[in-house]
Write a protein that binds this ligand. Structure first.
Ligand code: GUN
Length: 295
Protein backbone atom coordinates (compact mmCIF):
# COMPACT_ATOMS: atom_id res chain seq x y z
CA UNK A 1 0.00 0.00 0.00
CA UNK A 2 1.20 3.50 -0.74
CA UNK A 3 -0.31 6.09 1.55
CA UNK A 4 -2.43 9.11 0.69
CA UNK A 5 -0.25 12.05 1.65
CA UNK A 6 -2.45 14.61 3.34
CA UNK A 7 -1.35 18.20 2.85
CA UNK A 8 -1.82 20.32 5.94
CA UNK A 9 -1.02 23.32 3.76
CA UNK A 10 -4.07 22.59 1.56
CA UNK A 11 -6.45 21.77 4.42
CA UNK A 12 -5.31 24.86 6.35
CA UNK A 13 -5.98 27.01 3.28
CA UNK A 14 -9.49 25.64 3.00
CA UNK A 15 -10.23 26.32 6.70
CA UNK A 16 -8.80 29.85 6.42
CA UNK A 17 -11.18 30.54 3.51
CA UNK A 18 -14.08 29.38 5.71
CA UNK A 19 -12.93 31.63 8.59
CA UNK A 20 -12.48 34.62 6.28
CA UNK A 21 -16.01 34.25 4.92
CA UNK A 22 -17.48 33.98 8.43
CA UNK A 23 -15.55 37.07 9.57
CA UNK A 24 -17.01 39.05 6.65
CA UNK A 25 -20.52 37.87 7.53
CA UNK A 26 -20.14 38.76 11.21
CA UNK A 27 -18.62 42.12 10.35
CA UNK A 28 -21.63 42.97 8.16
CA UNK A 29 -24.02 41.89 10.91
CA UNK A 30 -22.34 43.28 14.03
CA UNK A 31 -19.88 45.89 12.75
CA UNK A 32 -16.95 44.30 14.57
CA UNK A 33 -14.31 41.65 13.92
CA UNK A 34 -12.24 39.19 15.97
CA UNK A 35 -9.24 40.81 17.69
CA UNK A 36 -5.95 39.04 18.42
CA UNK A 37 -2.94 40.35 20.32
CA UNK A 38 0.35 38.50 20.19
CA UNK A 39 2.79 39.50 22.89
CA UNK A 40 6.47 38.88 22.20
CA UNK A 41 9.10 39.37 24.89
CA UNK A 42 12.64 39.74 23.58
CA UNK A 43 13.92 38.83 20.11
CA UNK A 44 14.32 35.05 19.98
CA UNK A 45 14.52 34.49 16.17
CA UNK A 46 12.22 31.43 16.14
CA UNK A 47 9.64 33.29 18.26
CA UNK A 48 9.86 36.37 16.01
CA UNK A 49 9.17 34.24 12.95
CA UNK A 50 6.22 32.38 14.60
CA UNK A 51 4.63 35.61 15.82
CA UNK A 52 5.11 37.30 12.44
CA UNK A 53 3.35 34.37 10.73
CA UNK A 54 0.46 34.53 13.23
CA UNK A 55 0.03 38.27 12.67
CA UNK A 56 0.19 37.91 8.89
CA UNK A 57 -2.52 35.25 8.93
CA UNK A 58 -4.72 37.28 11.31
CA UNK A 59 -4.55 40.28 8.96
CA UNK A 60 -5.28 38.14 5.88
CA UNK A 61 -8.43 36.87 7.58
CA UNK A 62 -9.70 40.38 8.33
CA UNK A 63 -9.01 40.30 12.08
CA UNK A 64 -8.09 43.33 14.17
CA UNK A 65 -4.59 42.43 15.25
CA UNK A 66 -1.87 43.87 17.42
CA UNK A 67 1.74 42.79 17.63
CA UNK A 68 2.95 43.91 21.05
CA UNK A 69 6.76 43.69 21.31
CA UNK A 70 8.28 44.02 24.75
CA UNK A 71 11.94 44.23 25.73
CA UNK A 72 13.77 41.18 27.11
CA UNK A 73 14.14 42.94 30.50
CA UNK A 74 10.42 43.64 31.05
CA UNK A 75 9.54 42.74 34.65
CA UNK A 76 7.00 40.05 35.50
CA UNK A 77 4.84 42.72 37.11
CA UNK A 78 4.86 44.84 33.95
CA UNK A 79 3.97 41.83 31.80
CA UNK A 80 1.10 40.90 34.13
CA UNK A 81 -0.17 44.50 33.95
CA UNK A 82 -0.05 44.35 30.15
CA UNK A 83 -2.08 41.14 30.12
CA UNK A 84 -4.59 42.75 32.47
CA UNK A 85 -4.92 45.66 30.03
CA UNK A 86 -5.76 43.26 27.17
CA UNK A 87 -8.08 41.21 29.40
CA UNK A 88 -10.16 44.40 29.74
CA UNK A 89 -9.88 45.50 26.09
CA UNK A 90 -13.24 44.84 24.37
CA UNK A 91 -11.66 44.86 20.90
CA UNK A 92 -9.34 42.00 21.85
CA UNK A 93 -10.82 38.48 21.97
CA UNK A 94 -7.63 36.43 21.89
CA UNK A 95 -4.39 36.94 23.84
CA UNK A 96 -1.28 34.95 22.98
CA UNK A 97 1.96 35.30 24.91
CA UNK A 98 4.67 33.70 22.80
CA UNK A 99 6.73 31.09 24.66
CA UNK A 100 9.42 30.62 25.84
CA UNK A 101 9.67 33.63 28.15
CA UNK A 102 12.96 34.92 29.63
CA UNK A 103 14.12 33.03 32.74
CA UNK A 104 13.29 35.84 35.20
CA UNK A 105 9.57 35.57 34.35
CA UNK A 106 7.37 32.80 35.78
CA UNK A 107 5.69 31.33 32.70
CA UNK A 108 2.94 29.59 34.66
CA UNK A 109 1.99 32.80 36.47
CA UNK A 110 1.78 34.64 33.14
CA UNK A 111 -0.35 32.00 31.42
CA UNK A 112 -2.69 31.83 34.43
CA UNK A 113 -3.17 35.62 34.25
CA UNK A 114 -4.83 35.46 30.82
CA UNK A 115 -8.64 35.60 30.99
CA UNK A 116 -9.68 31.99 30.17
CA UNK A 117 -12.28 33.40 27.74
CA UNK A 118 -9.42 35.00 25.76
CA UNK A 119 -6.96 32.12 26.14
CA UNK A 120 -6.79 31.10 22.47
CA UNK A 121 -3.76 28.85 23.13
CA UNK A 122 -5.99 26.89 25.56
CA UNK A 123 -3.10 26.58 28.03
CA UNK A 124 -4.98 27.98 31.08
CA UNK A 125 -5.94 25.24 33.58
CA UNK A 126 -9.61 26.24 33.30
CA UNK A 127 -9.48 25.41 29.58
CA UNK A 128 -7.42 22.25 30.17
CA UNK A 129 -10.07 21.13 32.67
CA UNK A 130 -12.93 21.93 30.28
CA UNK A 131 -11.20 19.89 27.58
CA UNK A 132 -10.90 16.86 29.88
CA UNK A 133 -14.61 16.93 30.81
CA UNK A 134 -15.68 17.43 27.18
CA UNK A 135 -16.77 21.07 27.60
CA UNK A 136 -13.97 22.75 25.64
CA UNK A 137 -14.59 26.17 24.12
CA UNK A 138 -11.00 26.28 22.87
CA UNK A 139 -8.94 23.27 21.91
CA UNK A 140 -5.15 23.67 21.96
CA UNK A 141 -4.01 24.55 18.45
CA UNK A 142 -1.77 21.62 17.46
CA UNK A 143 -4.12 18.88 18.73
CA UNK A 144 -7.07 20.70 17.14
CA UNK A 145 -5.15 20.69 13.84
CA UNK A 146 -4.50 16.96 14.14
CA UNK A 147 -8.18 16.20 14.78
CA UNK A 148 -9.22 18.36 11.84
CA UNK A 149 -6.72 16.63 9.52
CA UNK A 150 -8.12 13.22 10.52
CA UNK A 151 -11.72 14.34 9.99
CA UNK A 152 -11.09 16.07 6.66
CA UNK A 153 -8.82 13.19 5.58
CA UNK A 154 -11.86 10.89 5.89
CA UNK A 155 -10.37 8.78 8.70
CA UNK A 156 -12.92 6.88 10.81
CA UNK A 157 -12.09 7.93 14.37
CA UNK A 158 -15.05 6.46 16.24
CA UNK A 159 -14.10 3.00 17.52
CA UNK A 160 -10.53 3.25 16.21
CA UNK A 161 -7.48 2.16 18.18
CA UNK A 162 -5.45 5.36 18.59
CA UNK A 163 -1.90 5.28 19.87
CA UNK A 164 -0.27 8.59 20.84
CA UNK A 165 3.51 8.62 21.14
CA UNK A 166 4.54 11.33 23.64
CA UNK A 167 2.82 12.78 26.71
CA UNK A 168 3.53 16.52 26.50
CA UNK A 169 1.05 19.04 27.87
CA UNK A 170 0.90 20.73 24.45
CA UNK A 171 0.26 17.69 22.22
CA UNK A 172 0.17 14.18 23.73
CA UNK A 173 -2.08 14.71 26.74
CA UNK A 174 -4.62 17.01 25.04
CA UNK A 175 -4.98 14.98 21.81
CA UNK A 176 -5.50 11.81 23.88
CA UNK A 177 -8.21 13.54 25.90
CA UNK A 178 -9.86 14.97 22.80
CA UNK A 179 -10.06 11.69 20.89
CA UNK A 180 -11.49 9.69 23.78
CA UNK A 181 -14.49 12.01 24.28
CA UNK A 182 -17.92 10.69 23.39
CA UNK A 183 -18.26 13.21 20.57
CA UNK A 184 -18.15 13.66 16.81
CA UNK A 185 -14.62 13.30 15.45
CA UNK A 186 -13.65 11.33 18.58
CA UNK A 187 -14.98 8.27 20.50
CA UNK A 188 -11.73 6.32 20.00
CA UNK A 189 -9.88 3.88 22.26
CA UNK A 190 -6.73 5.75 23.17
CA UNK A 191 -3.35 4.56 24.45
CA UNK A 192 -0.53 6.98 25.29
CA UNK A 193 3.03 5.63 25.15
CA UNK A 194 6.07 7.51 26.43
CA UNK A 195 9.67 7.16 27.60
CA UNK A 196 8.51 4.98 30.51
CA UNK A 197 6.68 2.48 28.24
CA UNK A 198 8.27 -1.00 28.20
CA UNK A 199 7.56 -2.01 24.60
CA UNK A 200 6.48 0.96 22.48
CA UNK A 201 6.35 -1.02 19.21
CA UNK A 202 3.92 -3.58 20.70
CA UNK A 203 1.46 -0.70 21.13
CA UNK A 204 2.14 1.23 17.92
CA UNK A 205 1.63 -1.95 15.83
CA UNK A 206 -1.98 -2.13 17.07
CA UNK A 207 -2.79 1.43 16.05
CA UNK A 208 -5.39 2.25 13.40
CA UNK A 209 -4.39 5.87 14.00
CA UNK A 210 -0.83 6.60 15.11
CA UNK A 211 -0.05 10.12 16.35
CA UNK A 212 3.63 10.78 16.89
CA UNK A 213 4.97 13.65 18.99
CA UNK A 214 8.19 12.10 20.28
CA UNK A 215 10.67 14.85 19.36
CA UNK A 216 13.12 12.41 17.78
CA UNK A 217 13.79 11.80 14.06
CA UNK A 218 12.91 8.26 12.85
CA UNK A 219 11.41 7.38 16.26
CA UNK A 220 8.83 5.43 14.25
CA UNK A 221 10.08 2.95 11.65
CA UNK A 222 7.98 0.86 9.22
CA UNK A 223 8.11 -2.29 11.40
CA UNK A 224 6.31 -0.33 14.15
CA UNK A 225 3.30 0.51 11.95
CA UNK A 226 0.24 -1.58 11.12
CA UNK A 227 -0.61 -2.05 7.43
CA UNK A 228 -3.23 0.56 6.47
CA UNK A 229 -2.78 2.80 9.54
CA UNK A 230 -3.30 6.57 9.42
CA UNK A 231 -0.06 8.20 10.61
CA UNK A 232 0.11 11.79 11.89
CA UNK A 233 3.64 13.11 12.36
CA UNK A 234 3.86 16.06 14.76
CA UNK A 235 7.66 16.10 14.93
CA UNK A 236 9.72 19.05 13.73
CA UNK A 237 13.42 18.18 13.88
CA UNK A 238 16.17 20.29 12.37
CA UNK A 239 18.39 17.75 10.63
CA UNK A 240 20.70 20.07 8.71
CA UNK A 241 20.73 23.02 6.35
CA UNK A 242 19.37 23.19 2.79
CA UNK A 243 21.61 24.48 -0.06
CA UNK A 244 19.64 27.77 0.27
CA UNK A 245 20.76 28.05 3.89
CA UNK A 246 17.35 27.23 5.40
CA UNK A 247 16.80 24.67 8.17
CA UNK A 248 16.21 21.19 6.79
CA UNK A 249 13.29 19.64 8.65
CA UNK A 250 12.25 16.06 9.33
CA UNK A 251 9.44 14.60 11.40
CA UNK A 252 9.53 11.80 13.97
CA UNK A 253 8.42 9.17 11.43
CA UNK A 254 10.64 7.44 8.86
CA UNK A 255 8.44 8.92 6.12
CA UNK A 256 9.76 7.11 3.00
CA UNK A 257 9.44 3.63 4.52
CA UNK A 258 6.23 4.21 6.51
CA UNK A 259 4.35 5.72 3.56
CA UNK A 260 4.57 2.33 1.81
CA UNK A 261 2.67 0.73 4.67
CA UNK A 262 0.23 3.40 5.89
CA UNK A 263 -3.09 4.36 4.26
CA UNK A 264 -2.64 8.04 5.11
CA UNK A 265 0.38 10.03 6.28
CA UNK A 266 1.21 13.67 6.96
CA UNK A 267 4.49 15.10 5.59
CA UNK A 268 7.00 17.28 7.45
CA UNK A 269 7.06 20.11 6.60
CA UNK A 270 3.56 20.81 5.25
CA UNK A 271 1.53 18.50 7.52
CA UNK A 272 0.48 19.39 11.06
CA UNK A 273 2.59 22.60 11.15
CA UNK A 274 0.43 24.80 8.87
CA UNK A 275 -2.69 23.66 10.73
CA UNK A 276 -1.53 25.05 14.08
CA UNK A 277 -1.72 28.75 13.18
CA UNK A 278 -5.03 28.19 11.41
CA UNK A 279 -6.54 26.63 14.53
CA UNK A 280 -5.33 29.65 16.53
CA UNK A 281 -7.38 31.81 14.16
CA UNK A 282 -10.36 29.46 14.59
CA UNK A 283 -10.08 29.83 18.38
CA UNK A 284 -9.95 33.62 18.06
CA UNK A 285 -13.09 33.52 15.92
CA UNK A 286 -14.77 31.30 18.55
CA UNK A 287 -13.74 33.74 21.31
CA UNK A 288 -15.24 36.61 19.29
CA UNK A 289 -18.50 34.73 18.75
CA UNK A 290 -18.61 33.87 22.46
CA UNK A 291 -18.22 37.57 23.31
CA UNK A 292 -21.11 38.46 20.96
CA UNK A 293 -23.36 35.97 22.77
CA UNK A 294 -22.46 37.50 26.13
CA UNK A 295 -23.03 41.14 25.20
N1 GUN B 1 5.85 28.76 21.32
C1 GUN B 1 5.93 27.70 20.47
N2 GUN B 1 4.69 27.24 20.17
C2 GUN B 1 3.82 28.02 20.86
C3 GUN B 1 2.40 28.06 20.95
O1 GUN B 1 1.66 27.26 20.36
N3 GUN B 1 1.87 29.05 21.74
C4 GUN B 1 2.65 29.93 22.41
N4 GUN B 1 2.04 30.84 23.17
N5 GUN B 1 3.97 29.92 22.34
C5 GUN B 1 4.55 28.98 21.57
Amino acid sequence: MSAKIISGTEVAKQIREEIKAEVQELKAKYGSVPGLVTILVGENPASVSYVTAKQKTAKELGFYSIQDNQPEDITEEQLLALIDKYNKDEKIHGILVQLPLPKHINETKVLYAIDPDKDVDAFHPVNVGKLVIGEAVFKPCTPAGIQELLIRGGVEISGAEVVVVGRSNIVGKPIANMLLQKAKGANATVTVVHTGTKDIAAHTRRADILIVAAGKPKAITADMVKEGAAVIDVGVNRIGVTPEGKAKLAGDVDFDAVKEKASLITPVPGGVGPMTITMLMKNTLEAFKYSLKNK
